[in-house]
Design a protein around this ligand. Sequence first.
Ligand code: MYR
Length: 280
Amino acid sequence: MRTAIVTDSTAYIPKEVREKYSIYMIPLNVIFGQEEYREEVDITADVFFEKMRMADELPTSSQPSIGQFVELFEQLAKDYDAVISIHLSKKISGTYQGAVTASGMVEGIKVYPYNSGWSCMAQGFYAIDAAKMALAGKEPEDILARLDELKASTKAYFMVDDLTHLQRGGRLSGSQAVIGSLLKIKPLLTFVDDEIVPFEKIRTQKKALNRIFDLLGEDAAKGLPLKSSIIHANREEQALEIKDELEKRFPTVDFSISYFGPVIATHLGEGAIGIAWMLK
Ligand code: MYR
């Protein structure tokens, strides 16, 4: 059985890695006024941050169309028997639902849409592992079981410079009163049941980062083989410093750096930083 692995652009897997493991990418879009860009195709993160700084009105984002999914799956049907399509959390975007709808519209290929429950490199790690297994000829059921195992072990925490981006995009769950009270501080955020929720109210970025280091330390101390990614919205230098420090503190964990690209940074704002980890 030949299985293709699809993920969406918000996994932010570098092009050369996608090519190496034959990962197919379907882009989400960012919109500045009348201009729409497919991220990772028409607009890079650098250009996006520049544009966002200059823009009078903040950008918005949109999911891929059903037609794009159908076209991609039909194309894949020529070379593959099955496709596992791994997407950002179903409660923050309609992308996963788009894959589900399209899966019922194509013939000649079995489509397995997969809700990562996260996004960014947490989702990216899933797609890379899935692609390695697909290349090794594993059955879709085995790949899906591995994805569930990774998902069960995943933790990620992130913080933003300015919560109004998340509030404006409606992606922070909770009542307006709760969100209003959070706007004055810098809460540590995570996902619970596919939704973004405040994890702890912490006042400074330094304290919040130390708290994430401790949480990662608790899992590393269990002796589990872990991989982790430091994810940044145009703060590469800071991410490198964090990586250096974490490598010294937790030598058994594999660390990498990744980024919040245009669509996710539309909702988090520039300067957001997060750390995700899961089983190797
Ligand atoms: C769409 O328009 O469909 C895309 C909406 C994307 C919302 C993104 C919200 C922030 C997600 C943060 C992910 C952090 C993962 C570690």
